[in-house]
Design a protein around this ligand. Structure first.
Ligand SMILES: *[C@@H]1O[C@H](CO)[C@@H](O)[C@H](O)[C@H]1NC(C)=O
Ligand SMILES: *[C@@H]1O[C@H](CO)[C@@H](O)[C@H](O)[C@H]1NC(C)=O
Ligand SMILES: *[C@@H]1O[C@H](CO)[C@@H](O)[C@H](O)[C@H]1NC(C)=O
Ligand SMILES: *[C@@H]1O[C@H](CO)[C@@H](O)[C@H](O)[C@H]1NC(C)=O
Ligand SMILES: *[C@@H]1O[C@H](CO)[C@@H](O)[C@H](O)[C@H]1NC(C)=O
Ligand SMILES: *[C@@H]1O[C@H](CO)[C@@H](O)[C@H](O)[C@H]1NC(C)=O
Length: 317
């Protein structure tokens, strides 16, 4: 999980965060409808990383590696899954920005800390980068204000807990307390799962910490620790209620221009020449389970059932 937080008071990027499987995106807030091209550098390299008492070499992007953590080599995990036809082995830990947190052996120092100032509003970009787990996410004693999901503004709503599916992104506003409390707040994330399949049932933990005022003479580090209450793994009632809170923003500036009546039903596909179409189930991991199919699409008899030829510069297999 990963997230990026923006301090809305100053409109400055304040920090990068990633959760249980959340990943980091550059700023897209206030994008309005301006067509701009942005350039980013992605430095992709192998790096030795130690987590859960083990070191392995993994691919990192700008030094970051979101997602769940496997002690084993993930290539070996997916290769075994493809050979057996079974689901890949469960991960050993969920992470927040690559950090599993203190509930794991050897991981106390690998704990993500979100440092905030009192009386500010932060924008957290939450991304579920887990392979296959839907995740609950909550910050003790703090309400999250959901304003966006998958790059679409939503009618803002408040919640103590967010539920986010793999590959999904959501932006939430976090309003910090008006005064620095003598407390630390746990950020926690763990799966929502139903059905008989086993899953990584570990909880990723991070801390929300208030920065001490530089003039403050409080030396005390004796913070009370507050923990959030996450729903049970199989709390489908919560999941349903949460998902029903999503509505299009639908205001004057961002209207929901969708047809409200259906007058004709169509089913059509578009392609280039006789093409082989590859279709797979909604999650990429499902392709390794065999939930995929290649379709050979041929022209029909009528003129409008034929596909145009592929462009001359289309690379050949
Ligand atoms: C990772 O560690 C191994 C063993 O210590 C070493 O041979 C290798 O060069 C390291 N790789 C990187 C990318 O640092
Ligand atoms: C997957 O899990 C099984 C059972 O725990 C284990 O025997 C196997 O070695 C694991 N595979 C990989 C690639 O780690
Ligand atoms: C955090 O929440 C708990 C339980 O609702 C409450 O007892 C406590 O006073 C709160 N603490 C702070 C610092 O907000
Ligand atoms: C997680 O799963 C393991 C094995 O499947 C089980 O022994 C353990 O009790 C579970 N932990 C929780 C918190 O549900
Ligand atoms: C820390 O605070 C708790 C109550 O919040 C108190 O019981 C404990 O004695 C304090 N410890 C120290 C070392 O001040
Ligand atoms: C959820 O899991 C608990 C065991 O942890 C079980 O008793 C309960 O029946 C489950 N609820 C549903 C709706 O499956």
């Amino acid at each position: 999980m990963g997230f990026v937080s923006l301090n809305m008071s100053s409109f400055m990027r304040a920090m990068l965060i990633v959760l249980c499987a959340f990943w980091i995106l550059p700023e897209l807030a206030h994008a309005k409808h301006v067509r701009t091209t942005r350039h980013y550098k992605f430095n992709i390299k192998l790096q030795n990383v130690t987590r859960l008492c083990q070191t392995k070499s993994i691919v990192t992007v700008n030094g970051q590696f979101p997602g769940d953590w496997w002690k084993a080599d993930t290539e070996a995990v997916i290769n075994q899954a493809i050979q057996t036809g079974l689901a890949p082995n469960n991960s050993d830990a969920h992470t927040i920005n690559g950090l599993p947190g203190p509930l794991h052996n050897c991981a106390a120092k690998d704990t993500f800390k979100l440092k905030v100032q009192p009386g500010k509003t932060y924008l957290l970009r939450i991304i579920n980068a887990a392979l296959n787990d839907e995740m609950f996410f909550s910050i003790a004693n703090h309400t999250l204000h959901v304003v966006e999901a998958d790059a679409v503004y939503v009618k803002p709503f408040r919640t103590n807990i967010v539920l986010i599916t793999p590959g999904q992104t959501t932006n939430v506003l976090l309003k910090t307390k008006s005064k620095t409390p003598n407390a630390k707040f746990v950020i926690a994330s763990r799966p929502y799962a139903t059905g008989p399949a086993s899953f990584d049932n570990t909880t990723a933990i991070g801390f929300l910490e208030y920065k001490k005022h530089s003039l403050s003479n409080t030396k005390s580090k004796n913070h009370t620790l507050f923990t959030p209450k996450l729903p049970k793994f199989n709390d489908t009632i919560f999941a349903m209620n949460f998902n029903q809170k999503f509505h299009s923003l639908a205001n004057k500036k961002f209207p929901a221009k969708v047809p409200k009546t259906v007058d004709r039903h169509f089913y059509f596909t578009v392609g280039l020449g006789i093409s082989v179409w590859f279709m797979h189930c909604h999650l990429e991991v499902h392709t390794s389970w065999g939930l995929k199919m290649a379709w050979i699409v041929q022209d029909g008899k009528r003129h409008n059932q034929k596909l145009p030829p592929p462009p001359s510069d289309l690379p050949k297999c």
